[in-house]
Structure formats: structure tokens, C-alpha cells
Design a protein around this ligand. Structure first.
Ligand code: GLN
Ligand code: ZN
Length: 782
């Protein structure tokens, strides 16, 4: 072990997608067969080299372990799983990690032929998706991939001493699921003892490669949403880090616990030999009470204070960040400054945004600016200079400037919010609405519909690009979109759907579309953030008070409705989802911002009603995502998020049918929220879980309309009539008939037209069969 001290300032991780999305382009070219494996490795080497050079230019040290070795070709959880050889047996025979690591890696991520890829799910309460490892009682762990070691060597050869980063053993197992075929009740976490030696071996290799520090990420420590009790987690935490710490043959260990409060894990880690502990002091706080034994132990360790927000894009209050870091000194003399999380959640560099208002830019900090901020606060902590004082003052001035800027506080918006009362979140009683809607809509039993979007064809995207670049006129663009809407209406009539949609062809993205049409938002040009693998999103920036200049969706919906006698569903994105998928101002509670967005949507619904739209869907696929990781924080969240949805929909007339759509199958987790949303109809994913949620719904006492998805749109597979009939039959057996809707799992925008039409045809055929069967039975009973 070396005696090198922890760097005074660092970041927990840096975006890997590339400033101009170089990684995305390279891996996609590799998948398409136009870039060989060795060309891909060359491209990656150059991206990694650019990152190191840039981080040094931004103030990190080349040789003091402050540069995190946090690159990933696809996902950091997959990296950890592959490192320890956790390959599910269903891939055996198909891939060979030892022989062709790259091929094996991407096959796990993307599947091959009939073999489905690893499942994907959200990383803590972020919009990043990781791949879920599958662990069984017989999974053999062993150091299988040495990519991380090679990365350290590569950096060293270029003259750097970097700090390798890996997802820790506890988090890896807590985020895994039991492999198919594992005995009932098997817990991946039970394998922790078998996994630790592999990490020990990895640490030895990293040390031999020249690493002086290693960063082991254990964000699972801050979450209550893990499948194991916190007592067991803490016991294992002690065991794992006693064991890893005991090895003489290792770099110094930095355990980081991002995304929330570290809680009791701090005391446990303090009693192990690890040399540094990372705490998130943006979303989280230090424990209020620390016993004297822990105090004594902590004094010998470095506390890495995550005081620069790794998840938002605001320049923030640097003086306050410095104060927080200084406050951490009450626990240890050695306090280092870092970001609260890895920076993969924010775009690369705000200076690329040359088209944004410079005033707005002066309020922002993307990844590169945050690296510089870490340096400023770190210098402030070690004694401060006139230069540091100037930077702190400049950040405060930017905050004051934002506070006074036009649009940040809009009195008419604020006045309206301040006048709201509980009645604005209440509609007529469910019974009254149900009867009014039955009469107004006259729908058949098991009404059929879709979730909103139809395939976004290359042609639509091209037309939009031509319009945005000025090559095509607005008229040309509008004609293309109208033609598409007309085609989609015709297709739905032909198929025989009962409630139609316009297909959302005018939307690039379900949140950005609204952001572009509301006051208070700005969209970036290069602000890409990795969503999963090579997929990126470009979240909008919600910087000011939100209001609607005029109708947003009404024209398209009215046009669609003019083409058919069937009801066309208006389609809006809900307030919680708009916030979740944007970078939201941090100068007021989310609840307040959500209420402003909700009011804009409320007005939109009123305009849709006036335009003759009788059904409006308000999508909230992100309701679950923002659910706080600590149980104690959940009630307050549900209060404001449900409140915002109800404010958006609360003005709808009793005979206007409000639908909502949620994208995940763990119905139980937010069941209470779904009930409280009080939507007339809720559609939810369930095809992949074979309608398991039917029992939950039946047991829940939820008595409004429900559309459990009967067709998994995440796969290009066309479900057979039999398959859908079986799913529908399960639903009909478990839930009252007059509440059930028939719909796919989610929107169809990522699918092709052919498979979509074929799938919907089968869904409708299945609905007809089940209806006929019900009618027969009813007749027989008479
Ligand atoms: N209405 C949206 C669509 O169909 C819903 C998308 C979603 O749930 N993520 O595309
Ligand atoms: Zn969905």
C-alpha cells in the first residue's frame, strides 16, 4: 500500500458518451458492422485520452488519483457483472467472455436472436438505465474481465495515475435479480461471500497496474428500495470491507455512497480499514448524531464531501457548498471535495451552447464547469485566496441575477398558484363521472385503444429536420404531419379500435415538445445525457415560471377528431413527468414548479374540451422514477406529485374521460398513488409479467377503469391472437368486466408500421373473441 493522500478535489465520474456523442457513433457503427472491434477500441482510446486531457485542463491532477477511471462502453453495472464473470446460464453456448469479450459484452446488453438481453431498469431515482445482472445459486464468480485494469495501464502509459471506479459487491448483488430457474426465494445477495474474493483479486491487479486509490461505488447504501433489510446490508457491509481492507496487496479504498444520505453505513464503514468515505451532501446529509467511537475512527479517514450537485445543471451557491464541506470537518480533519454523484447525469459543457441566451448560460454549470467548481471549493477549503473569493462572489452574483431576471418570477403565474384551493384538485364523484361518461361515450365492453404514439418513421423525422433547418416551409411540414395523422386515423378505423389517437407525429419527444411550447423552458443543442447504452436524451432546462402562451396540442387533436366519428383521445404529458425529464430550477420546491406546469396543462385540457375532445390522456410514466429512495421521504413526494396531476385534471368536466398511463409493471409500489390520481382510466405495463398485476389490482380496492397492457411494445415480436386472448382472459377473470380496457403496454413510436399493424390486428381479434365468449355466456345464463 502506498501512502499517497486522497486528492483534495475530485469528481465521482465523468460523462463517457463524448462531447459530440463520439462513443454513441462508434458503438453503433460497430453494431452495424461498419467499424471493426479494433477500430472501436481505437475510437474508445481516443475518447478516453480526450477525457483525461480535458480533466487536467479543467484543474484535476494528472498523477494524484483525482481523475476517475469511470469509462464504460455501455453500462457500469454490466461492467461490474462482466468483471466478476456473472454471466447468466441462458447465454451459455452463445457467448464466450474469455474468447471474445467485446462480443459477449454487447450480446448481454442487446440480446441475440431468441435470447433476450439483460433486463434494463432505472438507476436509483435517476433517468439513467442500467442492465440487471442475473445471479443464481450456481453462478461462478471469478475475475473474468480485466478491462478496468487495462484502462489503468493505458492511462499510466500516457503519464496519468487515475483512480479506477467499480460498482461495489453489495450494490451489484442488491441490484441483481435471481436467475431463471433459481429456487423459489433465492436471493442474489446471499452470494456476497463468494463474490468478495473476486473483488480482492481485482484490487490486487489494480494495485499492480499502478492504481494508488480505487473507488468502490455503493449507492445501494442510501436506498430503502433494496430487497434486503438494512440490518443485513449493514452486517454484510462490515464483512465485505473488513475483508477487502485486510488485504495488504491493494490500493487505498474509497467507498462512495451517492444519491442520498449515507445514514448508519457511515459508522459501519468507519470501523473498517477503508481509507476514504464518500457522502452525498446535496441530496443527503451527514447523520445528525455520530457516536464517539465512530468519531474517533472517522478522524483517521478522508471524508469525501459531495457538495457540487452532480445531477442538475445549475451553477449553484459555491459559498454554501464550501460551508458544507467545511462543516464536514467536524467529523474528520481530512475532507476532500467532490461532486455528489457521477457527472453522467449532466451534459458535457455549457460553452458548447452558443445559441442559448448568455444570461441563462451564466447561471448554468454542466460537467466541465462542475469539475472547475470542485477545484474552487477545494482551494477554498485549503485556505482560500483572492481568486477563490472572486469565484464565490461571481457565483453568488449569478444567483442574484437569476433571481431578478424577467421570467423567473412571473406575478400572474404566482398569483394564480397562490389562489388555488383543495377544490381545484377535486372532480365530481367517481360514480357521477362514470355514469356521465357512459352516456357521453357509449363504448362497447372491453373498449380498445392505444397509448398514444404511432411509429415515428424516418420520413417524419426527416420532414422535421428539413423544417427546423429552414429547408422546408412551415406549410410543408404541417401538411406532412396532417397526412400522417390522416393515415393513422384511417389505420385505426380499419383495424376497428374504439378510442383513437392522432399518433403524436409532431412530437420529437414527449417532454421536449411541451418544453418548446411553454414559457419558462429552454432547450439545448448539445446537452445530451446518456439514458442507456448508446441512447441519449436532451433534457430541457426549466429555468423560469411556467405558463402557456396558447393552445399546444389542440390543433392536431381537433384535426384528427374531424376525420372520424369515433372519439379521439387528446394526449398530454403530465406535470411530474415533465419535471422528471427536464433539468428543473433549484430555487424553489418542486411542488411549486409542478403546480405551475399543472395549471398550463389544466388550461390545455379546457381548450381540448372546447374543441370537442371527449377523452384526454395525461401520461405520467415517470411518477415512479421520482419516488424518493428513503421511505420516510415518500409521503411528502406523493402528496405534491399526485396533487399536481389532480390540479392538471381537476378542471375537466364530469363527462370528459381522463386517462393516465404509467410505464412499469410493479403496480404495487405506487398502487396508493394510482388510486389517489383518481384518473377515470389507467393503462399500465403488464404483458411481460403475464398479467401478474391483475391480482394486485383486484386485491387493491381500486375501482376505476384499468387497461393492463396486453402487448409488449418493447420487442419487435408480433403477439399471436392466442397469446393476447389468454392475457385478456386472465384480466377478465380477475377484474370487473366494465372496468377493463384493452391496449398495448406503451406507445408505439419506436416500432415499425408493419409489426404495429399486425400486432394491433391480433389484439383486436382477441378482444372480439373474448367479447363473443362473454356474450355467449351471458345468453346461456338467461
Ligand atoms: N403517449 C406516449 C406515447 O405513446 C406515452 C409514452 C410513455 O409512456 N413513455 O408515446
Ligand atoms: Zn409507457
Amino acid at each position: 500500500m502506498t501512502a499517497s493522500a486522497f486528492p483534495t478535489g475530485t469528481i465521482l465520474g465523468y460523462p463517457r458518451i463524448g462531447r459530440r456523442r463520439e462513443l454513441k457513433k462508434a458503438v453503433e457503427a460497430h453494431w452495424a458492422g461498419t467499424l471493426s472491434a479494433s477500430e472501436l477500441e481505437d475510437a474508445v482510446r481516443s475518447i478516453r485520452s480526450d477525457i483525461r486531457d480535458r480533466l487536467v485542463a479543467l484543474g484535476l491532477g494528472a498523477a494524484d488519483s483525482s481523475i476517475p477511471e469511470s469509462f464504460s462502453l455501455y453500462d457500469q453495472v454490466l461492467d461490474a457483472a462482466v468483471t466478476v464473470g456473472a454471466v447468466p446460464s441462458r447465454f451459455a453456448g452463445e457467448i464466450d467472455l474469455a474468447a471474445d469479450e467485446l462480443d459477449a459484452y454487447f450480446t448481454l446488453a442487446r440480446g441475440r436472436g431468441e435470447i433476450a438481453p439483460l433486463e434494463m431498469t432505472k438507476w436509483f431515482d435517476s433517468n439513467y438505465h442500467y442492465l440487471v445482472p442475473e445471479i443464481g445459486p450456481d453462478t461462478t464468480f471469478g475475475l473474468t474481465s480485466e478491462r478496468l485494469v487495462r484502462d489503468v495501464v493505458e492511462a499510466r502509459e500516457a503519464g496519468f495515475v487515475t483512480r479506477p471506479v467499480i460498482v461495489g459487491p453489495l450494490t451489484l448483488l442488491l441490484l441483481s435479480k435471481a436467475e431463471e430457474g433459481a429456487p423459489e426465494g433465492f436471493e442474489p445477495f446471499s452470494r456476497i461471500g463468494d463474490l468478495v474474493p473476486v473483488y480482492a483479486e481485482l484490487l490486487a491487479k489494480l494495485r499492480a497496474a499502478g492504481a494508488e486509490w480505487v473507488q468502490i461505488d455503493e449507492p445501494a447504501l442510501v436506498s430503502d428500495a433494496v430487497p434486503v433489510s438494512s440490518e443485513r446490508v449493514l452486517r454484510a457491509l462490515d464483512g465485505v470491507y473488513q475483508r477487502l481492507g485486510a488485504s495488504s496487496d491493494r490500493p487505498r479504498i474509497f467507498v462512495s455512497a451517492a444519491y442520498g444520505s449515507i445514514g448508519d453505513a457511515l459508522g459501519v464503514l468507519a470501523a473498517t480499514p477503508v481509507e476514504a468515505i464518500g457522502v452525498d451532501l446535496v441530496r443527503g446529509v451527514l447523520p445528525s448524531r455520530v457516536d464517539s467511537a465512530t468519531r474517533t475512527r472517522l478522524a483517521e479517514k478522508t471524508l469525501v464531501a459531495g457538495v457540487i450537485d452532480g445531477r442538475n445543471v445549475w451553477r449553484g451557491d459555491l459559498a454554501a457548498a464550501l460551508e458544507k464541506a467545511a462543516d464536514a470537518r467536524r467529523l474528520s480533519h481530512s475532507v476532500a471535495v467532490s461532486t455528489s454523484t457521477t457527472l453522467i447525469h449532466v451534459p458535457h459543457d455549457v460553452t458548447l451552447e452558443t445559441e442559448l441566451d448568455p444570461r441563462l448560460v451564466s447561471w448554468l454549470a454542466f460537467a466541465d464547469q462542475k469539475v472547475q467548481q470542485v477545484g474552487i471549493v477545494a482551494r477554498g477549503l485549503t485556505g482560500g485566496t483572492a481568486a477563490v473569493e472572486r469565484e464565490l462572489a461571481a457565483a453568488s452574483a449569478a444567483l442574484a441575477d437569476r433571481d431578478a431576471a424577467p421570467g423567473v418570477h412571473d406575478n400572474s403565474v404566482r398569483g394564480r398558484v397562490s389562489l388555488l384551493s383543495a377544490a381545484d384538485r377535486e372532480r365530481a364523484s367517481w360514480a357521477e363521472r362514470r355514469d356521465a361518461q357512459r352516456e357521453a361515450l357509449d363504448l362497447p365492453v372491453l373498449p380498445t385503444t392505444t397509448i398514444g404514439s404511432f411509429p415515428q418513421t424516418a420520413e417524419i423525422r426527416r420532414a422535421r429536420a428539413r423544417y427546423l433547418s429552414g429547408a422546408d416551409s412551415a406549410e410543408t411540414y404541417v401538411t406532412t404531419i396532417k397526412n400522417e395523422i390522416a393515415d393513422v386515423i384511417r389505420l385505426q378505423e380499419e383495424l376497428g379500435l374504439d378510442v383513437l389517437v392522432h399518433g403524436e407525429p409532431e412530437r420529437n419527444d414527449m417532454v421536449q415538445y411541451f418544453a418548446e411550447n411553454l414559457e419558462g423552458f429552454e432547450v439545448t443543442k448539445h446537452g445530451w445525457v446518456q439514458s442507456y447504452g448508446s441512447r441519449c436524451t436532451r433534457p430541457s432546462i426549466l429555468w423560469g415560471d411556467v405558463s402557456r402562451l396558447g393552445p399546444i396540442t389542440v390543433g392536431w387533436s381537433r384535426y384528427a377528431q374531424s376525420l372520424t366519428d369515433k372519439p379521439v383521445k387528446g394526449m398530454l404529458t403530465g406535470p411530474v413527468t415533465i419535471l422528471a425529464w427536464s433539468f428543473v430550477r433549484d430555487d424553489q420546491p418542486l411542488a411549486e414548479t409542478a403546480a405551475q406546469v399543472a395549471l398550463a396543462l389544466r388550461d390545455e385540457i379546457a381548450d381540448l374540451e372546447r374543441a370537442g375532445i371527449r377523452i384526454v390522456q395525461v401520461d405520467e410514466p415517470a411518477l415512479r422514477e421520482l419516488l424518493p429512495l428513503r421511505e420516510e421521504d415518500q409521503p411528502a413526494y406523493l402528496e405534491w406529485s399526485v396533487g399536481a396531476f389532480r390540479l392538471a385534471t381537476g378542471g375537466a368536466k364530469p363527462d370528459t374521460q381522463i386517462h393516465t398511463h404509467l410505464c412499469y409493471s410493479e403496480f404495487g409500489v405506487v398502487l396508493d398513488a394510482i388510486k389517489r390520481l383518481d384518473a377515470d382510466v389507467t393503462s399500465i405495463e403488464s404483458a411481460r409479467s403475464r398479467m401478474e398485476i391483475v391480482d394486485d389490482i383486484a386485491a387493491s380496492g381500486f375501482d376505476h377503469g384499468i387497461g393492463p397492457g396486453v402487448y409488449d411494445i418493447h420487442s419487435p415480436r408480433v403477439p399471436s391472437v392466442d397469446e393476447v386472448t389468454e392475457l385478456l382472459t386472465r384480466a377478465v377473470e380477475g377484474i370487473e368486466l366494465d372496468r377493463i380496457w384493452v391496449n398495448p403496454d406503451c406507445g408505439l413510436k419506436t416500432r415499425g408500421y408493419e409489426e404495429t399493424a399486425a400486432s394491433l390486428r391480433n389484439v383486436l381479434e382477441a378482444a372480439r373473441l373474448v367479447r363473443a365468449r362473454i356474450a355467449e355466456r351471458a345468453e346461456a345464463a338467461v
